[in-house]
Design a binder for this molecule. Structure first.
Ligand code: NAI
Length: 247
């Protein structure tokens, strides 16, 4: 895979799980990476790890559901590093509840963090790339639950299905500017979002063809590929990384 030296890439949700592994792999390929997360302490630890790989990174505290925060992050990145080539819209949360208990607060919380954050990233990110004349790449984290329904996940299903369509719709309009927009749809990934209950994790693992939870590194390597020049003909699509779950 080609070197990413000279690329400046923001990873939203870069302090944990899929985002953290992506930060490490992108910096391993030479990119300058901004670890954007509201967990400042965890982001600092990831920054220390990156500094031992390449030293080209920064941590930035952000609430991705706040549009002003996202705009300020993108402006700061371009001003600080002189360019801005990539954005990984990855931060997300789950909040499982039966539909008949899905009060407006529980619904909107997930929509704000998992869906509206992706809009803010695409909108402010693409505008900055066009302003800078950069042919950049935006990668969005969807989910297998953007294609199929899960019990207790009305909010999450709605958000992730929207993310799948946002990648297609944005790709269509941004192609003329040389900006690609693509997505990943992870299966069950062994990260803190799954919680700690061993019986729950075992039941999720069984749903994969190989009967194991997927390591976050496996999603990160697909995302890193999507940011590379070798992926220049991949556009608008959301790539499943689900060990056959959707097959
Ligand atoms: P994680 O919990 O390990 O990481 C999520 C990161 O996002 C954390 O560092 C957290 O601090 C950050 N974050 C959450 N809300 C934020 C906010 N409002 N502002 C800024 N940062 C915020 O979880 P994981 O698994 O790495 O999740 C990453 C993405 O992958 C999410 O969008 C999730 O929905 C998606 N996903 C995860 C799957 C899994 O099984 N782990 C499956 C399918 C999709």
């Amino acid at each position: 895979m080609s070197d990413l030296t000279g690329k400046v890439i923001i990873v939203k949700g870069g302090a944990s799980g899929i985002g953290k592994e992506t930060v490490l792999q992108l910096s391993g390929k030479g990119a300058t990476v901004i670890i954007a997360d509201f967990n400042e302490e965890a982001a600092k630890h990831v920054l220390e790890e990156v500094e031992s790989i390449s030293g080209k990174a920064a941590a930035y505290k952000i609430d991705v559901s706040n549009g002003d925060d996202v705009k300020t992050l993108i402006d700061w990145t371009a001003d600080t590093f002189g360019t801005f080539n990539g954005l990984f819209n990855n931060a997300g949360i789950g909040l499982v509840k039966p539909l008949l208990e899905m009060d407006p607060e529980s619904y909107h919380k997930v929509i704000d963090v998992d869906q509206h954050s992706v809009y803010y990233g695409i909108y402010y990110g693409a505008k900055k790339m066009v302003e800078l004349g950069v042919q950049g790449t935006i990668v969005n984290t969807a989910s297998i639950y953007g294609s199929i329904a899960a019990t207790g996940s009305f909010n999450y299903n709605a958000a992730k299905a929207a993310v799948v369509m946002m990648s297609k719709s944005a790709a269509l309009e941004l192609a003329e500017h040389g900006i690609r927009v693509v997505g990943v749809a992870p299966g069950f990934i062994d990260t803190p979002i799954l919680g700690d209950a061993p019986e729950v994790k075992a039941a999720l693992a069984e749903q994969h063809m190989r009967g194991e939870l997927i390591k976050p590194e496996k999603v990160a390597s697909v995302v890193t590929f999507l940011f590379s020049d070798e992926a220049s003909a991949v556009n608008g699509q959301t790539i499943p990384v689900d060990d056959g779950f959707l097959s």
